[in-house]
Design a protein around this ligand. Structure first.
Ligand code: ADP
Ligand code: MG
Length: 312
């Protein structure tokens, strides 16, 4: 049965550098076209960790050499990462659709994702980003530009930003319109360009990182999707992960998943946000299923043959 699916692509779907990206995106495009060929409507979100890091480092190096140059705001770095990842994905998906004779198009939407300025996460920024600095450089940046900094695990000083929850996909009607007019859509890349509503009309970029798993979940709800598929580096979610008594999970209710999460079974920053996003989506409306699996297992996962599914 044809489904409306929001796919969240993890880091391994894109690779960590341009060379890896070239091969990884080809495989990714193929797997996505398999789902489109099966008749599903797909909207694709993706991570951007290594890519946005590369952009920030490039601008940091330029700024170091040219003191008068701008410090590129994080929101703009995310926008740039959406651009060049989307460029590659939409080209390869478009090419593969043509090759298979599927009359569909693929487009990328530069996507802003709104967060609540009162989100408690802003009180405790936790995510180190961008280039490493000396303590003196970091303190100078903090004093002169008001940028939060922290020491990152003995490796040096970095900018630190908050990771607030997404409240709204700003361009959702654009995504919907493209989806409804026969497009595979790439949106909310890197969790979206983080923005807050300054007043009724004006959006302002903020230095924050929105988790791509939560942004994908938010988009899946707003599009009334049937499935949220989070594609990552493991075929299934496990309890006692990497321990002798490890057990792979196939089917979970939101309550079971929440119980395991509360036991600390899922690593914060990697598997935990995926499980939390899956629980939120599954609980948002009866009939909605979230699936966590490998890219190359997406098709089997939709058929209920593998992966970890969360549903009521
Ligand atoms: P992505 O780029 O897809 O978001 P992450 O590295 O953030 O990937 O998260 C996926 C990783 O989470 C897996 O590769 C696995 O090593 C790790 N992980 C942590 N806890 C678990 C668990 N309980 N079950 C399965 N994988 C887990
Ligand atoms: Mg991740």
């Amino acid at each position: 049965m044809a489904k409306r699916i929001v796919i969240a692509l993890g880091g391994n779907a894109l690779g960590k550098n341009l060379e890896e990206q070239m091969t990884a995106v080809k495989t990714t495009a193929n797997a996505i076209c398999d789902l489109i060929e099966d008749g599903h409507e797909v909207v694709i979100a993706h991570g951007n960790g290594p890519q946005v890091g590369m952009i920030q480092n490039a601008f940091a190096a330029y700024h170091k050499a040219n003191e008068k140059s701008d410090i590129m705001p994080l929101s703009m770095c995310v926008a740039m990462s959406q651009g060049y990842i989307g460029y590659d994905l939409q080209n390869l998906i478009g090419e593969e659709l043509d090759r298979r004779g599927i009359k569909k198009h693929c487009a990328t939407v530069l996507t802003q994702v709104a967060v609540d300025p009162e989100d408690p996460a802003f009180m405790h920024p936790t995510k180190p980003i961008g280039a490493f600095m000396t303590e003196a450089e970091a303190k100078k940046l903090q004093a002169e530009k008001g940028i939060d900094v922290m020491e990152d695990a003995g490796r040096g000083w970095r900018q630190v930003v908050a990771s607030p929850k997404p409240t709204e996909i700003v361009e959702i009607e654009t995504v919907r319109a493209l989806m409804n007019s026969n497009h595979a859509v790439i949106a909310a890349g890197g969790g979206g360009i983080p923005v807050i509503w300054e007043d009724k009309y004006h959006l302002k970029g903020v230095p924050a990182v929105i988790d791509k798993d939560f942004a994908s979940e938010c988009m899946a709800e707003q599009l009334d999707a049937d499935m949220l598929i989070i594609l990552t580096a493991v075929e299934k979610v496990a309890i006692n992960y990497n321990k002798p008594d490890q057990k792979w999970l196939s089917d979970l209710t939101p309550d079971e998943a929440r119980k395991y999460a509360n036991e600390g079974q899922f690593a914060p920053g990697s598997m935990l946000p995926k499980v939390q996003a899956a629980v939120k989506f599954a609980e948002s409306k009866p009939g909605r299923t979230a699936l966590i699996t490998l890219l190359e297992k997406a098709r089997d996962g939709i058929d209920g043959k593998t992966g970890t599914a969360v549903h009521l």
